[in-house]
Design a protein around this ligand. Structure first.
Ligand code: DC
Length: 220
């Protein structure tokens, strides 16, 4: 199996890019953030305080998370319900960043992530894929961009969906999420030693895709 790991902070364009590359090179795209988001959604729906580690951990055995594909798009099934659309809010993303600090939450998803990579050629995106989940990935990319540029893209993306967002609020949220994801004890966001750094601040989506595909072509 050929495994590609794409890590980086929120809003760096990982999912847009990984999804497109997967289509072009015939790989399966695995969005691990969606898995953490589904756990966050469950806690929000069941009124479990995401800051209460013991309470969140206690719920973990009640979670059944599986992945399926519909027209090539990853679907997350949480306790039998397809939650793929419900997890895309800022609230769920911010809550995911909180619960992702806990060992019980990370352990719950680790096996699922490794099992997917063991049976298919995958391009998997997240925070700790190259550094922890798939340490032997054939290609590791750390994709980042300035917080200003990431906020600009996020505001534009929300506008496309008819949502007006305040730029400063969005950038503050992004910086807070970076801090949380980079400074947690277990599997924090960081560039793996053998990952290629791609800073997309001044690159178009197409430039980034071509860069990563050329890295893949060199190594396959
Ligand atoms: O990529 P995203 O915005 O969908 O991820 C939501 C949160 O989930 C992110 O802020 C931190 C957490 N996460 C993680 O801890 N490890 C991963 N591999 C993917 C996401």
């Amino acid at each position: 199996m050929f495994n590609i790991a794409i890590d980086g902070p929120a809003g760096a364009g990982k999912s847009t890019i990984a999804k497109d590359i997967a289509k072009r090179i015939g790989f399966v795209y695995v969005d691990t953030g969606a898995m953490f988001r589904s756990i966050a959604l469950y806690m929000l729906n069941n009124k479990v305080d995401p800051n209460d580690e013991a309470a969140v951990s206690k719920e973990c055995p009640n979670l059944d998370i599986t992945i399926s594909y519909l027209d090539g798009e990853q679907q997350v099934i949480l306790n039998g319900e397809n939650v793929s659309k419900l997890i895309r809010t800022e609230e769920v993303g911010n809550t995911a960043s909180i619960v992702a600090k806990y060992q019980a939450v990370r352990s719950k998803l680790l096996e699922l992530q490794r099992a997917l990579a063991a049976k298919e050629n995958v391009i998997m995106d997240g925070r700790d894929i190259g550094s922890f989940v798939l340490p032997n990935a054939d290609l590791k990319v750390y994709l980042t961009a300035s917080s200003h540029e990431r906020a600009r893209r996020r505001v534009a993306q929300l506008a496309e969906n008819g949502i007006t967002a305040d730029f400063n609020e969005v950038e503050a949220d992004i910086i807070k999420r970076d801090e949380q994801d980079m400074n947690r004890e277990i599997a924090p966001l960081k560039q793996a030693d053998d990952a290629v750094l791609v800073d997309s601040s001044d690159m178009s989506v197409e430039d980034v895709i071509n860069k990563i595909i050329s890295l893949y072509e060199e190594r396959k």
